[in-house]
Design a protein around this ligand. Structure first.
Ligand SMILES: Nc1ncnc2c1ncn2[C@@H]1O[C@H](COP(=O)(O)OP(=O)(O)O)[C@@H](O)[C@H]1O
Ligand SMILES: [Mg+2]
Ligand SMILES: [Zn+2]
Length: 280
């Protein structure tokens, strides 16, 4: 049998208790290995995908002088304040913004700090994968039941629901989102949401039908909204559950690639280029 680290702990010898002297009194306190183990257990149980393991609030970059990054700085500030105020304030967060602006990075950074600093039970949940596994559970050859898949999602103290709306909307999708969000709302549990869809109401269906007969450019100009994707009733419920944080910026990866490229250019090339293209 494998031994867990706490069983071989040199401080407590695996009991999980440590005796400390207080004047003449001796007192048993929880050994630090157990406190640390709890953090590690919670981190493992949070199911943060490998591609987001590096995300921390402390390595989230923002330029203090760039006027264009104000919403990114504000989002970083609100994420830090959320950690400080939880659980006194249990209102969730709704990160809204285009792809790559750092929404998931901030949500994961919050989870990690809540786990480390406050021992909170958090869970990361990808919206598409959640709906896929629920749908899968209806298949008779699959062992897990719908309830087995949903239980951890209902029970987590803080749930990160990533990419809300990323599945094409159907009655079933509406009902399922409704079920998940309403259950957490009724249990007074905190949900942190990210979405790439603009937080606007459901648009007129007649208008959409009408658009399908128009040019592709017309259709592209009319972007689908969060209301279209999860239904208007759920969108307004979200506003009761969460504080909205809108991030308006460029895809971080593109932006940092360009910055790297600029750094590597020799000064003469830069002069040449900027004289050709005019000053930015
Ligand atoms: N301000 C930032 N500082 C450091 N890394 C960032 C920042 N914004 C985004 N990233 C990184 O860029 C990638 C895309 O960010 P992500 O949070 O997944 O974007 P979104 O969820 O908004 O689509 C991730 O690897 C993330 O760690
Ligand atoms: Mg994301
Ligand atoms: Zn110990």
């Amino acid at each position: 049998m494998m031994m867990t680290p706490s069983e071989t702990c040199p401080i407590c010898g695996g009991t999980g208790w440590q005796t400390i002297e207080r004047g003449k009194e001796r007192e048993a306190v929880r050994c630090e290995c157990r406190v640390r183990d709890r953090g590690e257990r919670l981190l493992a149980a949070a199911h943060i995908p490998a591609r987001y393991q590096h995300c921390e609030l402390s390595n989230f970059q923002c330029d203090p002088d760039d006027k264009g990054q104000k919403s990114i700085r504000d989002a970083r500030f609100l994420a830090g304040r959320f950690v400080e105020e939880y659980p006194t304030d249990k209102t969730g967060l709704l990160f809204v913004g285009s792809v790559g602006v750092g929404k998931t990075h901030l949500a994961v950074g919050i989870m990690k700090d809540l786990i480390r600093e406050k021992g909170i039970h958090c869970l990361f949940c990808d919206y598409r994968e959640l709906l896929k596994s629920i749908q899968n559970s209806y298949n008779p050859s699959v062992q897990a039941t719908e309830m087995e898949i949903l239980r951890p999602v209902f029970e987590a103290e803080v749930l990160v629901l990533d990419e809300l709306g990323a599945v094409r909307s159907t009655e079933w999708v509406f009902d399922t989102v409704n079920y998940v969000l309403n259950s957490r709302y009724n249990d007074n549990k905190t949900t942190i949401i990210t979405t790439n869809f603009p937080d606007k109401p459901e648009q007129d269906k007649a208008e959409i039908d009408n658009l399908s007969s128009r040019s592709a450019a017309d259709r592209a100009a009319r972007r689908e909204t969060l209301g279209d994707r999860i239904g208007e009733r759920m969108r307004s419920r979200l506003h009761e559950m969460c504080k909205k944080v809108e991030i308006d910026g460029l895809d971080f990866r593109e932006h940092s690639k360009q910055a790297q490229f600029r750094r590597h250019e020799s000064p003469s090339r830069v002069t040449l280029r900027s004289s050709k293209r005019g000053t930015p």
